[in-house]
Design a protein around this ligand. Structure first.
Ligand code: BGC
Length: 755
């Protein structure tokens, strides 16, 4: 195949080759008829197929074909279920195949830096490990159907404000550990056919022109072998972009950038080999699709049922006091709020699916349960209507329980702009409080793509977070509320009490031109945990109608080298009366003190399905990367020898079991002694310790007790010793009479002892 692609490129004219590097129209690549190169179509993604047959646009303005809207990524992330994501991918891939679409533009895996990013509903998590694992599973599913995926938006597109021009100012460690890590995992594990580069700049450089990102890291380090396409309109300087590794510009450029490429080749500014390489990559992916085979049709109705099932797996039971849920066969339940009739199940912009149907909770419950409905408020905005509220409160007061279907109106979160606050509409907050005041069994169901402040959380006994759960959201909600299904999702992000608590708050969304990522690696729970700050609901939190006990956490070795895997196991038992699923999380805590690091980081998760009384073993395999941080000085992932905690939790704030292991780093950062090496660091080097203790004893003997009481009070011998050990070697010259030659000699001797 490689050879024939090369031959094909060789047969193309310069203009044909330049033309291959931008779209033919909004959704198609160009074809070359005389050479049998088809014009392949690409479509959004990521939680359904948005295939536009007529006029194209990238913001969901024009109609697309009727399709199935599956749960959005904010919801699927809460499933912590790679199998579910793989199934979603497979189904989407099959829809693409049947509709003649060669690449699905997704998944979107940017990190949720702030709850205010307007597009958070399309993204998975605040945690890079979770986002990477889920994205990889979805990509594998899509590509199993002979259709390409396009993980996006690479990279650091964490806000919508000035998204085409703003520069994300990120230090290299943070970039690697938090913002690139999900892409790295997805590229390495799932080998996507394409990657979509983001609109923004990073540290002043347009991502679409970054050789470091698009070539050195993506291809050189991670082994990516497909084509890089631009986000729609992300191209700034086309020739520069091509040289950096941006193969395909989307959408069409009207031929103008094709002419720029051809002129640059003719004028010797662009080596033709660079163009040939990009064209080769594009053709390779075109033929992976064209030569492949797959589904010819798909069953909308069957996929709707799947959408319902998936929505059930994603919902998170945030609170359930006094066992108010499940409602069971309770008579007289009030459904309050327009979302009960019109669920909000997806967000606005390029991912908006023309859902062929949407099942509301009202539609699913009516006739099966004794429910009554009062609108209470309009789902479309924030206008309080006293008559509607009064009617809803009266209905709620007269029933056994009230379920308020609350959520964000469409205009509150959308692609293209960020949220200005983290609140629900005021009219909904007020209605919830008024209903809760008259009805002790008040349940709130949330439809939102990102955390919201929940000022009434202590006033209601139960909260069910649905997220934007796709067209099956309403039926899934009913099945969970009444107990036909057992909630099993957990939060893939922290719910802060207030937006002001979020670590990015002081630097979001920046000054318009730049946005400083000053919180560094302390994103989401990494920050809240380090600060021991209270949160509304912690990362990883989610309840069930049953309960689980954790026991027997153990590692297969307690002393381990960093070049061998560690297997960690524990038993989980369903201690309740009904079947359920538990998401078990494994966090690693670096106790070596070698670098400033989060308290703990997620490095594994499994979802276990357990019958009442049943016990299963959760198993995790950790490798070097599970313990490592990115060291910008070495330009590589590194870890320190020493103790690490392995923490098994039902959430990041509900750690049930903890063991420690001793890790030996096989590639320690070389320690080099110089005049500024401090005594305490030198003492920490095993090879130097004895020598240094003797040296310090000689040069810094314990001071005799001070004569005067005032001097004794000023500094004790312990204080003196601590102060001395903070000093660097060159203090021997300043205070102990060493000559430069003696100091240099000592340094040389110490370095020799280290070798
Ligand atoms: C979005 C992408 C999308 C593209 C095509 C852009 O505005 O950022 O996620 O795939 O449009 O619709």
């Amino acid at each position: 195949m490689k050879r024939s692609i090369e031959q094909l490129v060789a047969q193309m004219t310069l203009e044909e080759k330049a033309g291959m590097c931008s779209g033919g129209d909004f959704w198609h690549l160009k074809g070359v008829e005389r050479l049998g190169i088809p014009a392949v179509m690409v479509s959004d993604g990521p939680h359904g197929l948005r295939k536009q047959e007529q006029e194209g646009d990238h913001l969901g303005v024009n109609d697309s074909i009727r399709a199935v809207c599956f749960p959005t990524a904010c919801a699927t992330a809460a499933s912590f279920d790679t199998g579910l994501l793989e199934t979603l991918g497979r189904v989407l891939g099959a829809e693409c195949r049947a509709q003649g679409v060669g690449v699905l533009l997704g998944p979107a895996l940017n990190i949720k830096r702030s709850p205010l990013c307007g597009r958070n509903f399309e993204y998975f998590s605040e945690d890079p490990y979770l986002a990477g694992q889920l994205a990889a599973a979805q990509i594998k599913g899509i590509q199993s159907q002979g259709v390409g995926a396009s993980p996006k938006h690479f990279a650091a597109n964490n806000q919508e404000y000035h998204r085409l021009t703003c520069s994300a100012q990120i230090d290299p460690r943070t970039l690697r550990e938090i913002y690139l890590a999900p892409f790295e995992a997805a590229v390495k594990a799932a080998r996507p056919w394409t990657v979509m580069c983001s609109y923004n700049k990073i540290n002043g450089e347009q991502v679409s022109e970054s050789k470091a990102l698009l070539t050195d890291i993506l291809r050189g380090e991670w082994g990516f072998d497909g084509y890089v396409m631009s986000d729609w309109g992300a191209v700034n300087d086309r020739v520069k972009g091509l040289c950096a590794g941006l193969d395909l510009e989307m959408p069409a450029s009207g031929g103008s950038t094709d002419r720029q490429i051809a002129a640059a080749v003719r004028e010797g500014r662009l080596p033709e080999a660079v163009l040939d390489r990009a064209v080769g990559r594009i053709l390779d992916v075109i033929f992976r699709y064209a030569d492949g085979q797959g589904a010819a049709e798909f069953d909308l109705q069957a996929h709707h049922e799947l959408a319902v099932r998936m929505a059930r797996e994603c919902a998170v039971l945030l609170k359930n006091e006094g066992g108010v849920l499940p409602l069971g066969q309770r008579t007289r339940v009030a459904f309050v709020g327009e979302f009960a009739q019109k669920p909000r199940f997806q967000g606005g912009g390029s991912s908006h699916i023309n859902a062929f149907r949407a099942e509301s909770a009202w539609e699913a419950a009516r006739g099966r349960y004794e429910v009554q409905y009062a609108r209470g408020f309009s789902a479309g905005g924030d206008e309080a209507d006293e008559a509607l509220m009064r009617e809803a409160v009266e209905l709620a007061a007269g029933c056994w329980a009230a379920v308020v279907f609350a959520g964000l109106p469409d205009s509150f979160e959308c692609e293209g702009y960020d949220r200005s606050h983290m609140r629900l509409p005021g009219c909904q907050n007020e209605l919830i409080r008024r209903v809760a005041a008259v009805q002790p069994n008040t349940v709130v169901v949330l439809h939102n793509g990102s955390p919201v402040e929940l000022p009434w959380a202590d006033e209601v006994p139960a909260i069910l977070e649905l997220y934007l759960a796709g067209q099956g959201a309403g039926r899934a909600a009913v099945e969970l509320l009444f107990g036909e299904a057992n909630p099993c999702g957990k939060l893939a992000e922290t719910f802060p009490l207030r937006v002001q608590d979020n670590p990015s708050y002081l630097n979001f969304p920046g000054n318009g031109d730049t946005v400083e990522y000053r919180e560094g690696v302390f994103v989401g729970y990494r920050y809240y945990d380090k600060k021991e700050a209270p949160v509304r609901f912690a990362f990883g939190h989610g309840l069930s109608y049953t309960s689980f006990a954790y026991s027997g956490l153990r590692a297969d070795k307690t002393a381990v080298r960093d070049d061998e895997p560690v297997t960690v196991r524990l038993e989980v038992t369903n201690t309740g009366a009904r079947a359920g699923k538990e998401i078990v999380q494994l966090y690693v805590a670096d106790c070596t003190g070698a670098e400033v690091r989060p308290e703990k980081e997620l490095k594994g998760f499994v979802k276990l399905e357990l019958e009442p009384g049943e016990t299963k073993t959760a198993e995790f395999v950790l490798d070097r990367r599970s313990f490592a941080w990115y060291d910008p000085q070495r330009g590589s992932w590194t870890c320190a020898s020493g103790r690490y905690g392995l923490l098994a939790g039902a959430s990041s704030r509900d750690i049930r079991q903890r063991v420690e292991i001793e890790l030996t780093c096989t590639d320690p950062k070389p320690y080099v002694v110089d005049a500024n090496s401090r005594y305490d660091d030198l003492l920490a080097q095993p090879a130097l310790r004895e020598f240094m203790l003797r040296l310090l004893e000689k040069e810094y003997p314990p001071a005799p007790p001070a004569e005067s009481g005032a001097a004794r009070a000023a500094i004790t011998p312990e204080m003196q010793q601590r102060m001395d050990r903070e000093a660097p070697l060159r203090s021997l010259r300043s205070f102990k009479g060493y000559t430069q030659e003696q100091l240099d000699g000592l340094i040389a001797r110490l370095n020799a002892m280290l070798r």
